[in-house]
Design a protein around this ligand. Sequence first.
Ligand SMILES: *Cc1c(COP(=O)(O)O)cnc(C)c1O
Length: 412
Amino acid sequence: MTDWSRTVGVALQDVRFNTTQNVLEVGGRVVLDLLKASPAYVYDGPSVAMRLSRLRRLLDDRIRIRYAVKANPFPNLLRYLVPLVDGFDVASSAEIAAVLAAGATPGSLSLAGPGKSAALLEDAATNQVVISVESETELHRLAATARQLGSRPPILLRINPTFTLRGSGMHMAGQGSPFGIDSENARAVLADLPDELDFRGFHVFCASQCLSTEALIEAHGKIGDLISSLAASADRTVSTVCIGAGFGIPYFPGDEPFNLGAVAECLNAVALRLSREHADVNIQLEMGRFLVGEAGIYLCTVTDKKYSRGEVFLITNGGMHHHLAASGNLGQVLKRNYPVCIANRLEADEHERVTVTGPLCTPLDVLARGVLLPKAEVGDTVAIFQSGAYGLSASPTGFLGHPLPAEILLES
Ligand SMILES: *Cc1c(COP(=O)(O)O)cnc(C)c1O
């Protein structure tokens, strides 16, 4: 860990956040000078580009990298990503529209998610989106849409394997699941695919936020085996396979980044095998958090400082209505603090244990609990790291009606 990483408690990788004069900087500029308003999310484009180039250096050229829009759909970020990634994974008509408005080529989109409505399927089919079909109901609903449109939409079968990705923050497979078709039923579904649909291949996505190198290697080996055996029994040309990824980033003290080099070696072996078995197969990884999570910070201003029964509270103009994940209310079992600092006072002689809250009338509105920080004052700026993914768009912005934060993308 660098000294800087020690300040925030986790090792940040591929980011331009730094410090020289006791203030938070990004790409050599003082973060606070870049802000026109507070609260704000600041996303650093070049940090995302650095992350992508490390991925590309380690991964076989055959492996395409797709961006899962739900991680962060900020329009400027989507536009920035269009020339950098190989495609976009969307989940709704709004995400399809946002990605197309950002300039993505229509053929580069794919759609996943349970319970797709006829309207969504029609929208996807009309816009040449590759559709991951997740149930037999969807298969027949899409076939009906295709008949109406007189088109032959490209599909992947999303498969729910019997295994999952161990050590991940959120599971979407392995047991009973609303996601995908159970692998044991896949052959029957394949044998009976409606002619109206243009079968392209398979999609397996097990879980999110995995930091275990061993678990990632084990799961991707199994995903390779599963796809290989399904494809062999498909009796159809398999031209596209989406094989994960579930890559996590460190959020909490003690979290360590997984070994990307070792995981890439395993993925390269899977890619080599699949491409030997199916000439010209398009092999895809899809990820959100790993591409943009570390490149974003959330900033808010201390509006009050209270001493109450021996505790110190920094009350800010930001909170869970902007950043539900940092408040621990987005799928965290134990509430732990995201890495946090005082952006205008990184080091100080005096430190203080404080609880950082927002302005909402609920005890859930806590951004950091009992964290040791340089002694802060009203007017100081709190910065929360690892905030580039599942931040604003995953937060209850309507709750209590306070203003929205600004969002800024740095492009250089
Ligand atoms: C959410 C999701 C992703 C992205 O997950 P990250 O943890 O952000 O990388 C990828 N694929 C599918 C199908 C998803 O639902």
